[in-house]
Design a protein around this ligand. Structure first.
Ligand code: SF4
Length: 391
């Protein structure tokens, strides 16, 4: 009798924030060994830049770099999430496949049609693993999707604590530990307990509850919003300045639109909100996350947020369009907007200066609004005089 067990196949996915945690659990459920590439870094970028087309967008290079590093680490397959996209996203899959083919790695490339929704994910996992039991595949999708929602909830709590922490870096230390708790969970039934444990971990951070914190939304191209390497740790920098972040574009929000069947959806999805709120300014999808970005500005304005930051990669056409729409929104939206275009050449010092200036502007605006609110009818004139001196 052959006692040697068949080795599980190894599959790698590209990084995008904490998505690797959800993917790893889905793959493990299917009997596949997940290969998590090293976190994106300069090395990732250098490796990819040699093989990438000129002036291609930053997310492409990082995805390719992740794949090349995973291949170096011995993965059997690299899994590309493909989409029909109006922008270059529609070409990503074929282009990366061609590059890998030229390098002799063609047979390592597999593709997931995520935009085929639940069906696409089901087919992908089934074919990749060879597992025929539909229940196993459904369980794998279920745990991945649920983990993504948990991760996004934890992210919000982390953001609250980071903006108020007394010692810089403590919230992040606890957050990293919290992520480990979620990563290790194997069963959906254990997820609630792990989420509680993760939240308790973050709550260990010593904070100043009374700190005057600003609330800022972040929108733009989804990869950049999620990926701390390409957005130059924008959330960490803002947290240090006492800013609590709310990501307008989340992976769980995307999954709610793309994967979760309609009957299980509660409330308005992000895409539905985008279609509703972008309307006066942008009438249809023009690719990427432009529709969402425009609507997120209108939403942030309506919800009284202190400001909104729009991040996009250099040469990203859909986001160039949305940035050009923002000025015309100023008629109805008084919220401060900061637009940041990023690529591998973006210098950190100038970038931080822009963030600091924006935070300063939001603080003065908040103060001005508070003062105005405190002015009673009888002292309106005095207040107006004070305002004109201040502003
Ligand atoms: S949305 Fe922008 S960055 Fe993303 S693939 Fe399209 S062009 Fe590139």
């Amino acid at each position: 009798m052959n006692s040697e067990k068949k080795k599980p196949i190894k599959v790698a996915f590209p990084h995008m924030g904490n998505v690797y945690i959800a993917w790893a659990s889905a793959l493990r459920k299917m009997g596949i060994e997940p290969v998590v590439p090293p976190r994106s870094s300069k090395k990732t970028l250098e490796l990819a830049s040699i093989h990438s087309p000129d002036s291609i967008c930053l997310p492409y290079k990082l995805v390719l770099g992740n794949f090349l590093q995973a291949i170096q680490d011995g993965t059997d397959y690299v899994a590309m999430i493909s989409s029909p996209g109006i922008c270059r996203l529609g070409e990503y899959g074929q282009s990366i496949k061609n590059i890998l083919k030229d390098m002799g790695f063609e047979n390592k490339y597999v593709e997931l049609q995520l935009y085929d929704g639940f069906k696409g994910m089901y087919k992908f996992l089934k074919e990749l693993s060879g597992v025929k039991n539909p229940l196993t595949v459904i369980r794998a999708i279920n745990i991945a999707v649920r983990k993504m929602f948990v991760l996004d909830r934890i992210e919000n709590i982390f953001s609250y604590y980071r903006a108020r922490e007394i010692t810089v870096g403590t919230a992040e230390k606890h957050y990293k530990q919290a992520l480990k708790y979620i990563y290790d969970v194997e069963k959906t039934s254990q997820l609630k307990k792990a989420e509680k444990k993760a939240i308790q971990e973050i709550k260990k951070t010593e904070i100043d509850e009374k700190r005057d914190v600003l609330n800022v939304d972040i929108t733009g191209e989804i990869f950049l919003v999620q990926d701390s390497f390409s957005n130059q740790s924008i959330e960490k920098e803002l947290g240090r300045m006492g800013v609590q972040i709310r990501r307008s574009l989340t992976v769980s929000g995307f999954l709610k639109d793309a994967i979760i069947p309609k009957i299980f959806k509660k409330g308005e999805t992000h895409l539905e909100r985008a279609n509703r709120m972008a309307k006066p300014y942008l009438m249809r999808d023009i690719g990427g996350d432009a529709l969402e970005s425009v609507s997120d500005v209108a939403f942030a304005n309506e919800s009284g947020t202190d400001g909104i930051i729009h991040v996009s990669p250099f040469t990203c056409m859909p986001e160039i369009m949305s940035q050009n729409i923002f000025p015309s929104m100023r008629e109805n939206c008084e919220i401060p907007i900061l637009t940041l275009i990023l690529d591998e050449q973006t210098g950190k010092a100038g970038y931080i200066t822009r963030l600091e200036a924006f935070v300063d502007l939001m603080r003065r605006r908040k103060l001005y609004k508070q003062k105005k609110k405190n002015c009673t009818v009888s002292n309106t004139e005095i207040c107006n005089q004070a305002e004109s001196k201040n502003m």
